[in-house]
Design a binder for this molecule. Structure first.
Ligand SMILES: *Cc1c(COP(=O)(O)O)cnc(C)c1O
Length: 463
């Protein structure tokens, strides 16, 4: 499979290069040149298959043989999903006659990001060993991505990972999930500053070309194609279990960077043609405004109960935009440029119309998020996290239309205990493998918001 850039001016690459590169050289994102089809018969067979077998069937066409052979890929996928603590990996739980939760929080760090990062960490190790290369991963996190990336990279050969978080501004659970990982190749850095400061420091390291080359910097952020690819799988497994093909399914996706719901779009393109995608946002609702009325205009980020969705610029949206512009990379580059310049995407109404009826958008504001947590608990006895609750808030706004709704449960409730407790009076408990999280030793370096200081630290630790 060849991959092309959404801005049309970078060379086409194979899977291996796309994984290591992340962002294309023209500033675009890589997507497969064509979607690999999954037939109705294949989908039917997924209903009884185990998760790893379906993952292999869905992902194999996107990864060239030269990167990894069949047996090795099967092993890698088996190991990836073998660490999840539910035999079904991504189990469905029925809430009422037409609504199901797709539980995506059975991985080691309790959020759906484990599905992609557990795979990517192993894939990195495989590719690096093959070429006898070493890389340094740097990233900034406001919570979930950092812990999932650290967990996926800890103890792996040929890579170091440096994760920056804003000191005192991530939750205790999130910080401890990062800082209690004591592997020698894991380096947690608390920055005296904000999340934006952390991101600027990471950008500063990437923009320092000699440093970037000397350290072989790489990233695991959500624009990496391999992350999208791994997330396609559970759309197929869930739809198949509920009767696809031939059963209308609506996926309700709590959305921030548009990576997860874009994976749903990929599944739709590959063969889940009956599936609709409902983009659920919190009060940071730029995507909802777009799907409602073609209005994609920036507004200040307002902190919410669902911090992993407190985003204004959704980087993966560019991948959809490429299709809305009928795969004209120059037009995408032009539109993104204008958006960055003016804060508004031009021709929004036309683009929304091009998105057709596959997507719709709904917002759930703060009080509705707590109400959704409370009502779900009262009616079904299930505790949900505030991100999942934003999805359930969207469901309350949709009228029944004979389709089955699958709400993606993107995090375990114990990852965000404060909001759950505020809504229900019950503090959710961590699963057994994390029960002693608050007794574990932490390791973390606090550094000033200063690029030179961070670079010195990275250089010392890598050598
Ligand atoms: C990252 C995250 C999201 C948002 O996913 P995107 O792919 O960025 O849209 C939603 N919920 C949780 C719990 C997350 O960690």
């Amino acid at each position: 499979m060849r991959y092309i850039s959404t801005r049309g001016a970078a060379p086409a690459l194979g899977f291996e290069d796309v994984v290591l590169t992340g962002l294309a050289r023209d500033g675009g994102l890589y997507i497969p040149k064509q979607w690999s089809p999954v037939s109705p018969g294949d989908i039917r067979a997924f209903a009884g298959a185990n998760y790893a077998d379906t993952a292999y069937r869905v992902m194999r066409p996107y990864i060239e043989e030269a990167c990894i052979g069949d047996a090795a890929l099967r092993t890698l996928i088996g190991e990836t999903y073998g660490v999840f603590d539910d035999a079904a990996v991504a189990p469905l739980r029925q809430l009422d006659g037409e609504t199901w939760l797709l539980e995506l929080f059975h991985g080691p760090t309790l959020a759906f990001k484990d599905f992609a990062l557990q795979f990517l960490g192993r894939m990195f190790e495989h590719i690096l060993a093959k070429h006898d290369r070493r890389i340094t991963i740097v990233g900034a996190t406001s919570g979930d991505t950092g812990s999932a990336a650290i967990e996926a990279c800890q103890g792996r050969e040929n890579l170091d990972i440096f994760m920056l978080h804003p000191a005192g501004r991530v939750s205790d659970v999130q910080r401890r999930q990062m800082t209690t990982v004591l592997a020698a190749n894991v380096h947690n850095i608390a920055i005296s500053g904000t999340f934006d400061d952390c991101q600027d420091l990471v950008k500063g390291m990437f923009n320092d070309q000699p440093f970037r080359d000397a350290m072989s910097l790489s990233a695991v952020n959500s624009i990496n194609w391999a992350r999208v690819m791994a997330q396609i799988v559970y759309y197929f497994t869930a739809a198949a279990q509920l009767g696809a093909p031939g059963q209308r399914i609506s996926f309700v996706v709590p959305t921030g960077n548009f990576g997860n719901v874009y994976a749903g779009y990929a599944a739709h393109k590959m063969g889940l043609t009956d599936a609709k995608l409902i983009v659920a946002t919190n009060q940071n609702d730029i995507l909802t405004r777009f799907f409602e009325a073609g209005d994609m205009s920036l507004a200040p980020v307002r902190p919410s109960f669902s911090p992993s969705m407190d985003i204004q610029i959704s980087s993966n949206f560019e991948r959809l935009l490429f299709d809305l512009f009928e795969r004209d990379g120059a037009a995408v580059a032009d539109a993104i440029g204008k958006f960055r310049e003016t804060g508004t995407l031009p021709d929004g109404e036309k683009l929304r119309a091009a998105a057709g009826s596959v997507f719709s958008g709904f917002r759930t504001v703060e009080a509705e998020t707590l109400a959704a947590i409370r009502e779900t608990y009262q009616t079904s006895g299930v505790l949900v996290d505030p991100h999942t609750a934003v999805g359930l808030g969207a469901v309350r706004q949709i009228s029944a239309n004979g389709s089955r709704r699958i709400v993606l449960a993107t995090a375990h409730p114990a990852k965000f205990p404060e909001a759950v407790e505020q809504a229900t009076g019950i503090r959710p408990t961590l699963p057994a493998h994390l029960a002693d999280l608050f007794d574990r030793e932490e390791r973390c370096e606090t550094l000033a918001n200063d690029l030179a200081a961070v670079q010195t630290y990275v250089r010392d630790k890598v050598q």
